[in-house]
Design a protein around this ligand. Structure first.
Ligand SMILES: [Zn+2]
Length: 209
């Protein structure tokens, strides 16, 4: 693609937005108050707003390789802090996707340099759920299940933060685990029982009164 095309696209987009609402950019410029925080994969095929049918201003977005929320990652921790404490979102979504290259790479025996410590977090998810995953003989099935379990574990990492625990108590903030099925376009709710998960892990991870 010609990079100049991007600027042409931008001009067309501005015209289109103004055609539907002449105050569009005045309103956009006033500030944001999104209701959702979306944490997803950087994969170019999984564009957050588009797959949810949402518009600019609707969702605060954080994307990285394999939709991770590592406990020591300053980036994702800052995003969660800002979204919960300042934007006051009440819904946090961790969205994985089938066909995730990051999860696939973590299932291989290869040295990927700087990616190693990042992908090690996914290997840890495998270790936690080793019994279930090793029992799956079909490689594709195992791959899909690890993608789902990774979402589940990242939801737990979100719940482990003090901000989320506090906001859950004060205003009933909830965390959801979703999968985007890249082969059908379907968004699947993993139906993680948030209350049960919270209760289960709080005896270890409770850090607020
Ligand atoms: Zn991915």
């Amino acid at each position: 693609m010609d990079i100049e095309q991007i600027f042409e696209n931008n001009k067309k987009w501005i015209a289109k937005q103004l055609q539907t609402n002449e105050n569009y950019f005045d309103e956009l410029g006033k500030g944001q108050s999104p209701e959702f925080l979306y944490i997803g994969c950087s994969d170019s095929r999984v564009s957050a707003e588009e797959l949810m049918g949402l518009q600019p201003g609707d969702v605060f977005v954080h994307r990285n390789i394999a939709n991770m929320v590592p406990n020591t990652d300053l980036n994702s921790m800052s995003v969660i802090n800002y979204a919960v404490m300042h934007l006051k979102v009440n819904h946090i979504v961790v969205c994985g996707h089938y066909g995730c290259g990051g999860v696939h790479a973590a299932m291989q025996q290869s040295d990927l340099g700087i990616l190693n410590p990042w992908l090690r977090n996914i290997r840890d998810v495998y270790r936690i759920h080793r019994k279930e995953l090793d029992a799956l003989t079909d490689e594709e099935e195992k791959y899909k299940r690890l993608i789902e379990l990774n979402v589940q574990e990242q939801c737990m990492n979100v719940i482990k933060t003090a901000e989320v625990q506090k906001a859950n108590r004060e205003r009933n903030l909830k965390v959801y685990g979703w999968i985007f099925d890249i082969h059908s376009g379907e968004l699947i709710d993993l139906k993680i029982d948030f209350d049960a998960t919270l209760k289960n892990i709080m005896s270890i991870y409770k850090i607020t009164d």
